[in-house]
Unconditional design. Structure first.
Ligand code: ATP
Length: 349
């Protein structure tokens, strides 16, 4: 047991309702994990359990090999070496930046405390703002203060609860990358909670996608995207659509959608299959005979994201350069690019 964080079969119940259901996951030192999932899937509850604010009803949580939570015994939050950054940053408005950062260092002698605060301010590049109050700072700066405060006591793990959600969307991804670099340079082990896949991908080494309190898949961002283990993961990650198709013995799909690679392990002639179609699997091609009706269109600057209707009423997305500009209701010639397409058998659920 030398993982930095180890959750074994952790469940959390409120009466009859199971908010977290037998979650097992580990993080090694210096790894950044992420709990990702739709609203109500149990992310925050699990993070609070790691912090010690939430009792668990089954399983165990260990930090650096020491068990800190079981149903019988919970180490109080202040005795866990856990740092936390909250959604709203929770800075003390009446304390300046220096005092906010030094807040958790009361055990240190004053000289050491001052030194640690200076180190932390340098780390997050806020030394010139040491005397400023939170309301005098931008959202991004406030967040860096919250980060410095959480890291100052040198926690064994840093917990970040939707840390970017109060910032505007442009700043979010930029900050996610900055925070990741900072944590990586300092070897900090961290867990991030978010419902934003871009944030999860920008920050985490390992993303655990939760669904109704269970881990649907815990994997690298690359594998979650390219090798989703089930349809929930496939539909949650990316802008893909699941469609049902049937192929003949030659691998040709119904509706003239193209030929599926016969080497695919889940390929069965004559049996309906579920295909995950991503926007870049459907390619605009003026020479194609397959013309699909445009029923939705979103302008994304460099690209247009189209929602296209198949003859049988199913929808597929299609990403084109934005100069491929076709009106709603008209037809777009496309071909399917099926080399990397994800296939599930229709009875897999
Ligand atoms: P969000 O992204 O909306 O914050 P979440 O994934 O963080 O969602 P949680 O806050 O962990 O979800 O909640 C998981 C489930 O547990 C929800 O259905 C919620 O209503 C329920 N829940 C959370 N806290 C309690 C509580 N103290 N008592 C009863 N039910 C609770």
């Amino acid at each position: 047991m030398n993982s930095q964080l180890e959750l074994q079969q952790v469940s959390i119940k409120y009466g009859e309702f199971t908010a977290v259901d037998a979650v097992t996951l580990t993080l090694e030192k210096g790894q950044i994990g992420c709990l990702l999932g739709p609203s109500g899937c149990g992310k925050t509850t699990l993070l609070r359990a790691i912090a010690g604010f939430e009792p668990i009803t089954a399983g165990s949580i260990a930090l650096r090999g020491t068990v800190i939570s079981t149903p019988r015994r919970q180490l109080p939050p202040e005795q866990r070496k856990v740092g936390m950054v909250f959604q709203d940053f929770a800075l003390f408005p009446h304390l300046d930046v220096r005092r906010n950062v030094g807040f958790g260092l009361s055990q240190l002698p004053p000289g050491k405390r001052r030194q640690r605060v200076e180190e932390m301010l340098d780390l997050v590049a806020l030394a010139p703002y040491a005397g400023a109050f939170p309301h005098e700072l931008s959202g991004g700066q406030q967040q860096r203060v919250a980060l410095a405060r959480a890291l100052a006591p040198n926690p064994e793990i840093l917990l970040l609860d939707e840390p970017f959600s109060s910032l505007d969307s442009e700043l979010r991804t930029q900050l996610a990358t900055e925070v990741r670099d900072l944590l990586k340079q300092n070897g900090v082990t961290a867990i991030l909670v978010t419902h934003d896949q871009n944030e999860a991908f920008a920050m985490a080494d390992q993303v655990s996608l939760l669904n109704h309190g269970r881990v649907a898949q815990s994997d690298t961002p690359y594998n979650l995207y390219h090798n989703p283990g089930n349809e929930f993961v496939a539909e949650f990650i990316g802008d893909g659509n699941m469609i049902t198709v049937t192929v003949n013995a030659a691998g040709e799909m119904s509706d003239g959608l193209g030929v599926l690679d016969q080497g695919h392990p889940r390929w069965r002639a004559g049996e309906p299959m579920r295909l995950l179609v991503r926007p870049d699997d459907v390619i605009h091609d003026d020479s194609s005979d397959l013309q699909l009706r445009v029923v939705g269109k979103a302008f994304r600057g460099a690209h247009n994201l189209y929602d296209l209707l198949l003859p049988d009423g199913q929808h597929v997305p299609c990403l084109t350069p934005s100069h491929v500009d076709v009106a709603l209701g008209s037809h777009l010639p496309v071909r399917f690019h099926l080399q990397h397409v994800v296939v599930f058998s229709a009875n897999q659920g």
